[in-house]
Design a protein around this ligand. Structure first.
Ligand code: ADP
Ligand code: MG
Length: 273
């Protein structure tokens, strides 16, 4: 049985058949995904079709289920229903092609680990069973730190860094994974302007290499500048597609429950209707 047909069967058992073409051309396809932590769903019946090579913002108010959507796609939280396909494969088969950077606030920063060791974790597939770190692994990790401007901090304890520096180190770890699909949960939250620019440059470089980048993003003012595709979420999917047709005032008001002030909307550089 081919990989694609296995995924299609998997999807079809949930009653959400997926067309084969969209599976192959898509980095990530989610169908009918529902997650509940208690009684109320955190996300409900969400569909998403993320094209290969796109740079995607997941946008929505606090508690909209943005982190949950990413975690459920990665099997980090269990889902009530729904299917996930990554480059036309099941998550298990595609796992090595994905790098995930969790929301900074969800990480325990007191664990005693050096920056270089955090990045080396991204190389776990190359390290072999004995986890033997050779000179070339250290060099590769340092190269990734260099790309995010953190090479000088290699031997520091991760807990001693500022929030923005920690975020860069986790991006370096993701770079070390050499993935095809990058899932980042609010990579720009709480970072200064210089770090924001550095992180966006790295992410746009990944996109230029044909990789797919998906970010939960909290700053509506920069969505149109940084991203080419947007998914608006508020428990349900409100809209998804290219910025030009999807990042509209109507969709934003729907996602934010009509709570965005007109003055705020005016500042967003929305694509002309
Ligand atoms: P967002 O990332 O959009 O802010 P989340 O996905 O973190 O939203 O959370 C969606 C909803 O699920 C929120 O109401 C949140 O309080 C709840 N939630 C998130 N994680 C858990 C958890 N581990 N246990 C219980 N409720 C949770
Ligand atoms: Mg979140």
């Amino acid at each position: 049985m081919s990989l694609a047909s296995e995924t299609i069967e998997l999807a079809a058992t949930d009653g959400h058949p997926v067309e084969p073409e969209s599976l192959i051309d898509s980095a990530l396809v989610v169908r009918g995904m529902t997650v509940t932590y208690g009684e109320k769903p955190a996300i409900f019946s969400v569909d998403a079709t993320i094209p290969v090579g796109s740079m995607v913002a997941i946008v929505g108010p606090n508690g909209a289920g943005k982190s949950t959507l990413i975690k459920a796609a990665m099997n980090i939280v269990p889902r009530v229903s729904g299917s996930v396909s990554i480059f036309g494969q099941s998550l298990g088969k595609a796992r090595d092609r994905i790098a995930y950077v969790p929301q900074r606030a969800s990480i325990d920063w007191d664990f005693p680990t050096r920056v270089i060791d955090v990045v080396l974790m991204g190389l776990y597939r190359d390290l072999g069973l004995l986890r033997l770190v050779r000179a070339r692994h250290r060099k590769a990790a340092l190269d990734c730190l260099e790309r995010v401007g953190m090479a000088d901090f290699a031997d520091r304890q991760i807990g001693q860094l500022s929030g923005g520096q920690q975020q860069r180190v986790f991006l370096a770890r993701a770079l070390a994974q050499n993935a095809d699909l990058y899932l980042l949960d609010e990579p720009l939250a709480g970072v200064d302007a210089a770090t924001e620019k550095a992180i966006i440059d790295v992410l746009q470089g990944l996109k230029a290499e044909g990789r797919t980048v998906i970010c939960v993003h909290h700053d509506l003012a920069t969505v149109a500048d940084y991203f080419d595709h947007v998914l608006l979420l508020n428990v349900r999917k409100i809209a998804e597609g290219p910025i030009a047709t999807t990042f509209t005032e109507d969709n934003l008001q729907a996602a934010y429950g009509g709570r965005l002030a007109t003055t705020h909307i005016d500042q967003l550089h929305l694509p002309a209707a």
